[in-house]
Design a binder for this molecule. Structure first.
Ligand code: ADP
Ligand code: MG
Length: 325
């Protein structure tokens, strides 16, 4: 029961962006290296995701839509290890209980594709054969159609799209090995090709975070006592949105200690109208850090907090000093 409770604690369907997050994570879990999203009307009307991952066998389609049916966990120990990606086994079930969901899939080993449709809470699932390339598509129509109270909480199309865009950016900065695209109302707005070289990774960062990270980004590479930091720094003008992304062992974090170290490193170096922008990746032994189990909190606790803080501060300060010298 403890596992079930921990699992149930995760928030799932809050708004269109949370649907996108869950669906993209499923595609990543399935080993996809190409993920395409089509959104209509900020996701209220329609969300479609297509991946080229391992697919779901015909006989497992219905199961994939049922609550606590996860193929990814067998005991509590696993929970710690795969916390970063969908571990709760309820995303598809939760989404299909508040929308009209169509799951279409074809594993490479199966000769034809199959489609399962679920609508609302009664969960009567219909199966039929269809055409689809290897991989999976999930279409989510009319989000919250049967829960007017929740529907009321949806913001404007523009605001919901911004949340979706931000969700995709965070993921795109953590998976350079996967190509992503995003269409809104039929228009291709984002396209992040696979980035397998340092130069193409920096290009993706510039695409995601806008111009400041182009030519003028400052490259960070630093290592000390099992800590490894790499990424990019830039100064952006105050009237552009914040681009501050920090990943700890591949997961995005917003953490006071990290924030403090970065702010301190920039102290006195920012022009009056500028603010610090960064995309940074810290790698360290997983046993040296506790990640809050709540997936939305982005909090982290380092066992050697002082060491980590000073390491980040020093790595950035050195790079900044060299650049401004
Ligand atoms: P979880 O991801 O926690 O296992 P979900 O409800 O998100 O739970 O998904 C249920 C199951 O459906 C997954 O365990 C997986 O087996 C299957 N699944 C979902 N999406 C995909 C996908 N895009 N490709 C392959 N399998 C998928
Ligand atoms: Mg999942």
């Amino acid at each position: 029961a403890r596992l079930a409770n921990q699992i149930a604690a995760g928030e799932v369907v809050e708004r269109p962006a949370s649907v996108i997050k869950e669906l993209v994570e499923n595609s990543l879990d399935a080993g996809a290296d190409k993920i395409d999203l089509e959104i209509d009307r900020g996701g209220h009307k329609r969300i479609l995701i297509r991946d080229n991952g391992s697919g779901i066998a015909r006989d497992e389609l219905e199961l994939a839509l049922s609550r606590h049916a996860t193929s990814k966990i067998s005991c509590l120990d696993d929970l710690e290890q795969i916390m970063s990606l969908g571990f709760r086994g309820e995303a598809l079930a939760s989404i299909s209980s508040v929308a009209r969901l169509t799951l279409t899939s074809k594993p490479a080993t199966q000769s034809e594709a199959w489609q399962a449709k679920a609508e609302g809470r009664d969960m009567a699932v219909q199966l039929q054969p269809t055409a689809h390339p290897d991989g999976t598509s999930v279409e989510v129509l009319d989000l919250f159609f049967n829960t007017p109270a929740r529907r009321k909480f949806l913001r404007s199309e523009k605001t919901e799209f911004q949340h979706i865009d931000e969700t995709l950016k965070r993921i795109a900065l953590s998976r350079f090995d996967v190509a992503f695209s995003l269409k809104h109302n039929g228009k291709l707005l984002r396209h992040y090709p696979k980035a397998n070289t340092e130069a193409s990774r920096q290009k993706r960062v510039a695409l995601v975070c806008s111009a400041g990270f182009g030519e003028h980004a400052l490259n960070i590479q630093s290592q000390y006592q099992g800590l490894h930091l790499h990424g990019w720094l830039a100064v952006q003008s105050s009237n552009t949105p914040d681009h501050q992304y920090f990943y700890v062992n591949g997961r995005m974090m917003r953490d006071k200690l990290i924030h403090h170290a970065i702010r301190q490193a920039f102290e006195g170096l920012l022009p009056p109208e500028g603010h610090a922008a960064y995309v940074l990746y810290l790698q360290l032994d997983a046993r040296e850090v506790d990640v809050n189990v709540h997936p939305a909190k982005h909090e982290v606790r380092f066992h050697q907090a002082r060491l980590v803080h000073d390491f980040i501060f020093r790595a950035l300060q050195d790079a900044l000093n060299q650049a401004t010298a």
